[in-house]
Design a protein around this ligand. Structure first.
Ligand SMILES: Cc1cc2nc3c(=O)[nH]c(=O)nc-3n(C[C@H](O)[C@H](O)[C@H](O)COP(=O)(O)OP(=O)(O)OC[C@H]3O[C@@H](n4cnc5c(N)ncnc54)[C@H](O)[C@@H]3O)c2cc1C
Length: 604
């Protein structure tokens, strides 16, 4: 039990952990006007580069909360992004310094037009050492004095009305208590979940990986900009090595890099004095000047907690699920958890929603986590296919692989055939490098969504193509529209608030009037947008390009109700007899204010 006579701070939400999940939870709760305290055990943001790829959905969330611009300013532009497979950067041997395969990736180059059609935000690349300070600044500015680094939760308990936590202020060597209505455990899985004995579905450790943060000038040898450069050499003792630019300058002139190794065998584990020689050997640059900042060794595994909610306590980010970094879904999904949970907590704390809305967090995000688990495991395993596609012989000896790669690189008909085959076979690894359907196509099926009876659309099994739809449970399609002389995205209609958005067509005035009345009577925030194609009629929102028209999936007198997190809560293809009653029923259901099923009567 906590000691008596210590200071107790009261707040609505206590956030444990100042990584991406905790920090975004803070930013979103601040934007919704919810009082909270964030405690982070470390004195500073992370010293490890770790995650670096931010997918378009994450950047959309950052844009919604006015964080995106500051991230793009410091991040690596991915408009010309590639992933490159090489034998090494330098070296004199016949197989050294050879490029095996280059793939457009992460929405760059040939993927750019398609990416820009479906999202207002391009993916970007920024390591956690540079991202977390930005997020911390944003969180601090919105909640001064409430973002507490060097403060650690050492004990906690909950009752029917709230959570009690004892916090140690490490610098002052003092403790205090926080009494909160809810707690978000964004602690990376270190404290809160284990205290509940949370169990995980897990792959177990599939590989040992090692990340070394270095400073080195590689500009003379890097053949071009690449977000990832993979080194696979038949003579290397490592399964592979991957070089990732960390900036602050981007491309081949990056000053800092993360070098990742995967061991073939735990006995290959590097001692400190072996790190620099190992990097030099992998790159075949024996004289390269390298300054090592930090190294970390970690096991690659996927896991999903069997529960994300323990009454008033919610697990988010790595505390709830972990993935192998292939596909970059770890930090990204930590942000998506924060986005999904925070508006629900805000609505419940403000008395706009019933507590059952909070159950939908686990229902929605656990399913998303399982999908991410499967996809990252699959893309990890597909590296075996990539290796074969590049000419390596599965289970082959060094000698056999040396001969195979020599043949792959040869200026012979068989060499040309093998390189052409690599485009198809190794090309399947594109599934790791930014697949639109995986990143934007997560759908929710829970009580916070009112189904409209339409079947689940077919999706591209390879994840290459994402077709935006307004079907309930899907992310509302992004379309550029014009409003008050500005070009905005349909996603901008929500703004950084916790508002719902009702979108209707040119003949949807009854929906607009109904939505305004319902918002007032239910005491919730609602924005409305009647989007028309323009022409001789004037609308507040004009779909000049016809992009929204292509995605909207409703008639001109239909409507789409969008949740504060940009997901479609309800859709009516056309007008109904009593739109006010329908919206009241829908919002009561979505917000957990009413257990009655929604029954909709269409207008004749
Ligand atoms: C080498 C590597 C590469 C990766 N690459 C990618 C990638 O490219 N893309 C991607 O999406 N993901 C990647 N990931 C995963 C990504 O780093 C994590 O998924 C992400 O950091 C999870 O964020 P989080 O906020 O949930 O947890 P964390 O970042 O782990 O933050 C949890 C925080 O909680 C704090 N904490 C713990 N206990 C307490 C306590 N009792 N009191 C107060 N504070 C506490 C910790 O100090 C920590 O700062 C990578 C991971 C690694 C290791």
């Amino acid at each position: 039990m906590p000691e008596a006579n210590v200071e107790t701070l009261e707040t609505d939400v206590l956030i444990v952990g100042g990584g991406a999940c905790g920090m975004m939870s803070s930013i979103i709760l601040s934007d919704a006007g919810i009082d909270h305290i964030l405690v982070e055990a470390r004195p500073t943001t992370t010293a490890l580069p770790k995650a670096h790829y931010l997918n378009p959905r994450t950047m959309e969330i950052f844009r919604q909360h006015n964080v995106a611009q500051s991230v793009y300013e410091k991040a690596m532009p991915l408009s010309r992004c590639t992933v490159r497979f090489m034998t090494s950067l330098g070296g004199e041997g016949p197989l050294d310094g050879k490029e095996l395969f280059v793939l457009d990736a992460f929405g760059g180059n040939s993927r750019r037009v398609a990416s820009q059609r479906i999202s207002q935000c391009l993916a970007t690349n920024i390591p956690q050492i540079r991202l977390e300070p930005l997020l911390r600044n944003h969180a601090d500015a919105r909640a001064p004095g409430r973002i507490r680094f060097n403060h650690e939760v050492i004990e906690f308990s909950q009752d029917g009305d709230g959570v009690d936590a004892t916090i140690r202020d490490v610098a002052k060597a003092a403790t205090y208590r926080v009494r909160a209505k809810y707690m978000i455990a964004a602690d990376g899985g270190k404290t809160i979940g284990p205290a509940f004995g949370v169990t995980h579905q897990t792959t177990g450790q599939l590989a040992m990986l090692c990340t070394i943060h270095i400073t080195a000038d590689l500009s003379r040898w890097m053949p071009g900009d690449a977000q990832l450069t993979w080194f696979v050499h038949p003579e290397s003792p490592y399964r592979w090595g991957v070089l990732i630019p960390l900036g602050p300058t981007w491309g081949r002139h990056s000053e800092e890099w993360a070098f990742n190794f995967a061991y073939n065998d735990p006995s290959d584990r590097l001692k400190d004095e072996e790190i620099i020689p190992a990097i030099r050997e992998c790159l075949r640059l024996p004289e390269l000047e390298i300054e090592v900042h930090r190294g970390s060794e970690w096991g690659a595994e996927c896991s999903v907690a069997d529960r994300f909610r323990f009454d008033r306590i919610f697990l988010g980010g790595d505390a709830a699920h972990r993935v192998i970094p292939t596909s970059g879904l770890g930090l990204n999904s930590a942000v998506h958890d924060a986005h999904n949970l925070s508006w629900k907590l805000a609505a419940v704390v403000k008395g706009q929603a019933g507590a059952s809305l909070l159950d939908t967090y686990e229902a929605e995000r656990q399913a998303a986590a399982r999908r991410n688990y499967d996809w990252s495991l699959f893309t990890f395993r597909n590296h075996a296919v990539t290796q074969v596609g590049l000419g390596f012989i599965a289970g082959g000896s060094t000698e056999q692989n040396r001969a195979a790669i020599a043949e792959f690189l040869s200026d012979t008909p068989i060499g040309r055939m093998l390189r052409a085959r690599a485009i198809e076979v190794a090309g399947t690894q594109r599934m790791e490098f930014g697949q639109p359907e995986i990143e934007l196509g997560i759908t929710y099926n829970s009580d916070a969504v009112v189904p409209d009876g339409t079947p689940v659309p077919e999706v591209d099994p390879m994840g290459d193509i994402h077709i935006p739809v307004t079907r309930p449970g899907h992310r509302v399609p992004h379309s550029w529209i014009e409003h008050a002389g500005h070009r905005i995205s349909t996603h901008d209609l929500t703004g950084a608030s916790e508002a719902f958005v009702l979108i209707t067509g040119s003949e949807g005035l009854p929906w607009i009037e109904a939505a305004r009345k319902v918002a007032t009577s239910m005491g919730i925030s609602m924005r409305v947008a009647r989007i028309g194609l323009g022409g001789e009629h004037t609308f507040d929102y004009v779909d000049a390009s016809g992009q929204w028209d292509a995605f909207k999936g409703i008639d001109e007198d239909g409507s789409v109700l969008v949740r504060p997190d940009g997901y479609v809560a309800f859709r009516s293809k056309s007008m109904v007899v009593a739109p006010e009653q329908v919206l009241t029923d829908v919002l009561s259901t979505v917000l957990g204010r009413d257990d009655d099923a929604v029954e909709i009567v269409r207008a004749a």
